[in-house]
Design a protein around this ligand. Structure first.
Ligand code: CP3
Length: 358
């Protein structure tokens, strides 16, 4: 009750006051101990995830089954008590909704029908058609808002246009995003048309997740690090700015987390340039450096090396505490620098949370 009356009087620019630790950190508050969740916290390192995925049949059937997708989202919350749950889905469902064929090869990763030219871009479905495919994802969000514990924040997400485009153009993951760079420089008109449609579709997709109950959204730009200088500005910063501005215009106060992975120096000023409320950091940057150069603009998230979740031991505890101390002067959300891997030991997640929460 108190929350909703405050929201009503707070005005469009002020985030809703909340008891949820993650929302408080996103609003710029220093929270001690910091709220914590892990990228890929629902995944193959958990036996209960593997069992539910087997029940669904395969990964994509799991993503499109709202009851089972909600179940795997809840599993790590029950087991570990994270401060946030991230919707279980994938960044490649959006290209599928735009008409790309999508399948996953076990042990290798995603495959899509490659998009190589202007005709391929023109053949994509109109943006308004995405909801036909993505409706089950919004249903997962609605179930989660009913079933999550009161203190747990629900995060929705999408891939950033550049990262999604790299998979669409190559038809798979690539070590250097070569095919996407080749289209970007070889046929800039086709490439820009694809980026424009992905930006528009991402706004619609995230907006629908927010309407269904997502309390925060995160934009994953996993391959931002391969964009340099003006290309970084044009294809990483500018789409993140446009998406954030459109979402905040439609849903005043909605917090946005940006993850321009491996942006390095590009992390500096990213929040100011894009309007995101929080910058997620990968583990290639030092926490001390990021506290001085990035956290001065607001909340940061990160950035423990995911290998510690495999190796554990005293190094896990020491490194987690070092990161907590480095960011203790401002708003911080604890996370890994990238997703937890299938070979991680679930016991190490308990050890990590003990190290953070004391
Ligand atoms: O974090 C979460 O728990 C939420 C769900 C989530 C998944 N993928 C589930 C998933 C999220 C947020 C993603 C994001 C995603 N998907 C990214 C951006 C983040 C990153 O990792 O850089 C990217 C690039 C993808 C595309 C993708 N999906 C790839 C390259 C792969 C294969 C690699 C792998 O880990 O297997 C996937 C598959 C995928 N997405 C799995 C999960 C749990 C594994 C599927 C399985 O169960 O076999």
């Amino acid at each position: 009750m108190a929350e909703s009356s405050m929201a009503a009087t707070a005005g469009a620019k002020t985030p809703v006051r909340s008891d949820k630790t993650l929302l408080r950190a996103l609003a710029g508050e220093r929270v001690d101990p910091p709220p914590a969740w892990l990228m890929r916290q629902a995944g193959r390192y958990l036996p209960e995830y593997r069992a539910t995925r087997a029940q669904a049949g395969d990964f994509l059937s799991l993503c499109y089954n709202p009851d089972l997708a909600a179940e795997v989202t809840l599993q790590p919350i029950r087991r570990f008590g994270f401060d946030a749950a991230i919707l279980f889905a994938d960044i490649l469902l959006l290209p599928q909704a735009l008409g790309a064929d999508l399948w996953f090869v076990t042990g290798e990763g995603p495959r899509l029908s490659p998009l190589t030219d202007a005709a391929g871009v023109a053949a994509l479905k109109p943006t308004g058609a995405i909801h036909e495919t993505l409706n089950p994802i919004y249903e997962t969000v609605r179930i989660l808002r009913r079933e999550l514990p009161e203190e747990t924040t629900l995060i929705g997400f999408a891939g950033a246009p550049w990262t999604v485009a790299t998979y669409m153009i190559a038809g798979r993951g690539t070590p250097d995003q070569g095919p996407a760079h080749a289209l970007r420089t070889g046929d800039p008109a086709a490439f820009d048309a694809l980026m424009a449609q992905l930006t528009e579709a991402t706004i619609e997709y995230l907006s629908a997740q927010i309407e269904a109950g997502a309390e925060v959204v995160k934009i994953f730009d996993s391959w931002a690090g391969s964009l340099k200088d003006t290309a970084f500005q044009r294809y990483a910063l500018e789409p993140a700015r446009a998406i954030t501005a459109a979402l905040k215009a439609r849903h005043p106060g909605i917090p946005v987390i940006g993850f321009p992975r491996e942006a390095g120096q590009g992390y500096v000023g990213f929040a100011r340039a894009t309007g995101v409320d929080c910058v997620a950091l990968d583990n290639s940057v030092s926490a001390d450096w990021a506290a001085r150069e990035v956290q001065t603009d607001g909340c940061v998230q990160g950035n423990l090396d995911p290998r510690h979740m495999v190796t554990g031991g005293p190094a896990l505890t020491a490194e987690a505490r070092r990161i907590v101390r480095a960011f203790a002067g401002g708003p911080h959300i604890f996370n890994l620098g990238h997703g937890i891997t299938p070979d991680a030991d679930p016991e190490n997640v308990h050890r990590l949370l003990e190290a953070i929460r004391g």
